[in-house]
Each structure stands twice: as structure tokens, then as C-alpha cells.
Design a protein around this ligand. Structure first.
Ligand code: GDP
Length: 208
């Protein structure tokens, strides 16, 4: 897939205010500071698209980006249009109980009711061993029957061996309760690693 353009569209307080569900949609979520903005910018080849390191917990909004792309490796490929969605992250230390409840309600409604949502990319920091907060979140997605992939971020910050062990440990932790494991991508926004595979995955989903 080649990205032709990526443009910020709108930020919505809940799923009913989102743009018309007339094309495939892919959402990105993870703990604060996991590298979500950097990954989105890397995928879209646009350094200023998603704001990196914004003020934690303040933007509890569903952010839509309008993506135009071509299938395959050249601009001669079939043109496609889809939405990329930047969701507010979880695991902020400083948010109040009330804000957290609000976030949960908004996210649950969006994830369960948004009809054009094809897949959630759940971002996990590849430098760390499995974190309960991330496992709880993917288990919740399982209960809701929402399709997702895992995206291990910042892979350039650790040795390949450590990253591979953290990925394996996360999948092993899931294996305790999951019969099938989700697809996973190992990425680095710094090194543009994992970009082609993620875009190929999106292209394949768009064509289904
Ligand atoms: P967000 O809060 O999840 O949107 O995270 P950001 O994208 O703002 O990234 C948080 C911090 O991690 C920033 O200082 C980024 O420069 C850094 N970061 C993000 N992705 C990578 C990566 O792939 N490699 C390295 N080395 N640093 C990264």
C-alpha cells in the first residue's frame, strides 16, 4: 500500500458524533507514552499528523484521520479510502476516577458499536515484560468480541533478543486464556520498522 494523503478530519466526544461510517476504519490504542502518535505518523509518512507527547489524559476524544491510498507498490494501484482513528490512551496516573469511568464508557461504546470498525491495533511497549494493564485490556476486547492485533513498539530501543522475549512472554501470558492468538507486529517509528507489514495487513482487510 502507498499512502497518497493523510489528513486530520475531526475529534468526536463519542461514537454517535463520528463521521459517516462509509469506509473501513482502523483504530489505534495503548497506554500513554507507548509511541502511538509516533507510529501513526510513521505509517502515514507525516511527522506532524498525530501530536506526539500531548498532555496526558486531557484529550478524551476519538480522532479521525482521512486516508487515501493506492493498493500495491505503485500509484498505479487501485485507489482506496479509509479512516485511521487515534483513540485516547489508557493508564494515565493522573486522571481522576470520574475521568477514567468516562473514558471506559466512551471507548466501550465506540469499540462495540462503531459499525465500520475493522480492527483495533493495540500498542504494547516492546521494552517491557507483560503488563497487567495491557493484558486486562486485550482480555476485555476478547469479551466484547472486538477484532484486534498487537503492535509491539519502540523495538529499536532494546536488543532483538529482549524484544523477542517480551513478545513471547506476552503471547504466553495470553495463551493461558486464549485459544487463538492475535496477529502481532514488531515496530519502530524511529527505524520505520513494521510499516510495510502493517500497511499490507490494512490493504488485505480493505479488500475483504
Ligand atoms: P504516545 O503518547 O503513545 O502518542 O507516544 P509518543 O508517540 O508521543 O512517544 C512517546 C515517546 O517515545 C516520545 O519521546 C517518542 O519520541 C518516543 N518514541 C516513540 N516511538 C519510538 C520508537 O519507535 N523508537 C524510539 N527510540 N522512540 C520512540
Amino acid at each position: 500500500m502507498i499512502i497518497q494523503s493523510a489528513t486530520y478530519l475531526i475529534s468526536s466526544p463519542d461514537y454517535t458524533k463520528c463521521p459517516k461510517a462509509d469506509r473501513p476504519e482502523y483504530a489505534f490504542i495503548g497506554r500513554s507514552n507507548v509511541g502511538k502518535s509516533s507510529l501513526i505518523n510513521m505509517l502515514c509518512d507525516n511527522h506532524k499528523l498525530a501530536k506526539t507527547s500531548g498532555s496526558p489524559g486531557k484529550t478524551q476524544l476519538i480522532n479521525h484521520f482521512d486516508i487515501k491510498s493506492f493498493a500495491g507498490n505503485t500509484a498505479a494501484g487501485k485507489p482506496d479510502a479509509w479512516y485511521l482513528v487515534d483513540l485516547p490512551g489508557y493508564g494515565f496516573a493522573k486522571v481522576s476516577q470520574n475521568q477514567r469511568k468516562q473514558w471506559e464508557k466512551m471507548i466501550e461504546n465506540y469499540l462495540r458499536k462503531r459499525e465500520n470498525l475493522i480492527n483495533i491495533f493495540v500498542l504494547i511497549d516492546s521494552r517491557h515484560s507483560p503488563q497487567q494493564l495491557d493484558l486486562d485490556f486485550v482480555n476485555q476486547l476478547g469479551e466484547w468480541e472486538v477484532p484486534f492485533c498487537l503492535v509491539f513498539t519502540k523495538a529499536d530501543k532494546e536488543t532483538q533478543r529482549v524484544v523477542a522475549k517480551n513478545v513471547k512472554d506476552f503471547l504466553d501470558a495470553m495463551r493461558k486464556t486464549w485459544q487463538f492468538l492475535p496477529r502481532n507486529f514488531v515496530t519502530s517509528a524511529e527505524k520505520k520498522m513494521g510499516r510495510d507489514k502493517m500497511l499490507q495487513f490494512i490493504e488485505a482487510c480493505n479488500n475483504e
